[in-house]
Design a binder for this molecule. Sequence first.
Ligand SMILES: Nc1nc2c(ncn2[C@@H]2O[C@H](COP(=O)(O)OP(=O)(O)O)[C@@H](O)[C@H]2O)c(=O)[nH]1
Ligand SMILES: [Mg+2]
Length: 270
Amino acid sequence: MRTKTISGVNVPAALKEVGRVMGDDALVLRAHHSGEGADVVVTTADEVFRFGSLLRNSVPRRKPGRRPCVIALVGPTGSGKTTTVAKLGLSEDAFGWGRVGLISLDTYKIGALEQIQTYADVGGMPLELVRDPNEVPGVMSRYANCDTILIDTPGRTPRATAMERGWRDTLRAFEPDETHLVVSAGVRLHVAESARSDYSDLSLTHSLLTKLDEIPDEAGVAQVADQLGLPANWITDGQLVPDDLHEAPDRLMAAAFRGAVMDTRLELYG
Ligand SMILES: Nc1nc2c(ncn2[C@@H]2O[C@H](COP(=O)(O)OP(=O)(O)O)[C@@H](O)[C@H]2O)c(=O)[nH]1
Ligand SMILES: [Mg+2]
């Protein structure tokens, strides 16, 4: 969510300036005074609405006539894709209410199969490792009775373009209904931006921010979500599978506000 900081010699003066510059639309989030003067952080109702709509504006892309909903997670190595696939498959609030089939395209990372196999065993979910687009129709027919198919993928492998092309082609052959870009919430904005462009050829539909527990304040999280510019259904905030998975829009909206108003009470009443 975009905010603006307006300064004055003191808080009343800064607020007056807010009124002059922004009129009645201003929503004051934070007033901060120091030895040199005061800063007021403001946004507008339109901006709050824009950010809220971005997060929730998820268009269902369900392919007609296909029963299982196919959901793929893509993103940098270590961002939390495999753990999040497990959370989504096991959480009753996500897809754990129904039959879930797991697919891994990660034939590159050492230990990747063991990691996802462990979660598959815990949840009694079938798991298939798929290496080639030609295998896709067979897997889809074996998984025809699933409600949801979750696809785990490797991170980007920049030096191995043939491999990279391999798993990306396999993913495309699944024609996912949703492709979530998984990014650690603590990344800098330009890193989020480059993650988005690294995976833009895969028809991204959502962002999925992980590791919210690792950052000291959640203000930056809302900015990362905004930078990614995609709707968000889920966030994760810990390593507990599946408990540390939550719905994203309210959490990210709260993060935007909490970030902007943080410290206010300390400064006004402290
Ligand atoms: N603190 C924290 N760690 C997480 C979270 N999600 C995943 N991780 C950890 O991040 C590491 C990499 O996760 P992994 O799922 O293997 O990432 P991948 O390479 O994208 O598949 C593992 O140690 C996970 O336990 C989270 O929400 N919070
Ligand atoms: Mg993985």
